[in-house]
Design a protein around this ligand. Structure first.
Ligand SMILES: Nc1ncnc2c1ncn2[C@@H]1O[C@H](COP(=O)(O)OP(=O)(O)OP(=O)(O)O)[C@@H](O)[C@H]1O
Ligand SMILES: [Mg+2]
Length: 375
């Protein structure tokens, strides 16, 4: 940490001196007031009792009063000052302890130890609230760092396969072991496309991992979201021979239409890829108690319970070798679920089992606007 305009004395010492100074100033005021007010009052009382001003007896009594007053006041002030200093020292130490702990934990975080946390329960409830907020921040840093580390190793792993295929193929061609033909060209183009896809998706993946998508939500009819996504896929479904049907009610949802389109696009792409010719895919959207529920059901390959649990994992594909070459990178659903969550909603999957198709359901919270319309 940098030394920005640091005062020469430590905070604890300054607080302690401030305490002592306050106590000393109040005692000095007490002493001055007592010495100014006390003797004239005593003098007045003596006159009221019938003593004559200036008489030797009266002078002696007044001197005795003054001496006794100064001594007892002096002794009292010394004891009080000692006690106050002791209390000030103890209180300063008590206040300093949690702050010292906060500083040393912040230093640990700064040096890269993201597991460091401040002990809750040390100091006042106000400090407890600061410690809570600080620990939340540290946990967030810890999980971001952890996901960054895992992401890097996953990405390195993902890049390795297409890169080694490319390298091996190029070496074989340059050594004359394999002819430069159409098949070889396609293989290289496929691997290059795969690298391109990974590169395109990477920025979304890290945003998805850290849950920091920026949305631009507006009220939009669910029918519009569905129609738009379906229209883009119709030609490809028709050419594969997979029936595509869509149905939506007249509800409106507040959502980022482009991002929801991205989610539906991935679901429709997946359904097309995993449904054989002659099969069918149904997209339905309904609004219920303010929530929009959009689902994509296919009659395709389906999923085992284990696959169901893992499809949202980053870079997960059920059929590794074939899907790697012909399919995607296995991050579409990771991004899709994160986008649904960024809307305050969810994305889940159900499947009766392999060969019986799958249903992906996205829930989006309903419109908070009073002028909800149905069209
Ligand atoms: N409708 C489905 N039926 C069967 N399996 C599916 C279906 N949708 C997804 N999967 C499985 O889940 C995996 C992950 O899907 P995801 O969309 O995340 O990745 P992907 O489609 O392989 O690649 P991309 O990143 O381009 O979307 C797929 O590889 C596939 O194995
Ligand atoms: Mg996909």
């Amino acid at each position: 940490m940098t030394d920005r305009n640091q005062p020469s004395l430590a905070w604890g010492t300054r607080t302690f001196l401030a305490f002592v100074l306050v106590v000393a100033a109040s005692m000095l005021s007490i002493a001055i007031v007592a010495l100014i007010v006390g003797p004239p009052l005593f003098h007045e009382h003596m006159l009221e009792l019938g003593h004559t001003g200036g008489a030797a007896e009266m002078v002696h009594a007044e001197q005795a009063f003054f001496d006794a007053g100064v001594r007892s006041l002096g002794a009292g002030l010394v004891v009080a000052l000692g006690l106050a200093t002791l209390l000030a020292w103890w209180e300063t130490r008590r206040l300093r302890r949690p702050l010292d702990q906060l500083t040393s934990t912040a230093k640990q975080l700064e040096s890269g130890d993201y597991t460091a946390r401040v002990a809750i329960g040390v100091g006042s409830p106000e400090f407890g609230a600061v410690a809570d907020a600080f620990n939340d921040m540290a946990s967030r840093l810890d999980s971001t760092e952890d996901s960054r580390r895992r992401l890097l190793s996953d990405v390195a792993h993902e890049l390795r396969t297409p890169l080694s295929t490319l390298t091996a193929e190029l070496e074989a061609i340059s050594d004359g072991l394999v002819p430069w033909d159409r098949e070889g060209h396609e293989l290289l183009a496929q691997q290059a496309a795969r690298l391109q896809r990974i590169a395109n998706d990477l920025s979304d993946v890290s945003r998805a991992e850290e849950g920091r998508f920026e949305l631009d939500p507006h009220p939009v009819p669910v029918a519009e979201l569905v129609d738009h996504a379906v229209a883009q896929f119709r030609p490809r479904y028709a050419s594969k021979g997979v029936e595509l049907v869509a149905a939506a009610d007249g509800g409106v949802v507040v959502a980022d239409a482009q991002r929801v389109g991205q989610v539906l696009g991935n679901l429709l792409e997946n359904a097309l890829r995993h449904t054989p010719s002659g099969g069918h895919v149904r997209v339905s959207a309904e609004t219920f108690k303010g929530d929009a529920r959009i689902s994509v059901t296919d009659s395709g390959e389906g999923l085992t319970p284990d696959q169901r649990d893992r499809v949202f994992d980053r870079f997960y594909r059920t059929d590794t070798s074939r899907a790697r070459d012909a399919g995607g990178s296995g991050i579409g659903l990771t991004i899709a679920r994160s986008l649904a969550r960024a809307h305050g909603g969810s994305l889940t999957v159900e499947s009766p089992g392999p060969g019986d198709g799958a249903t992906f359901t996205m829930i989006l919270p309903g419109s908070p606007l009073p002028e909800r319309t149905s069209s």
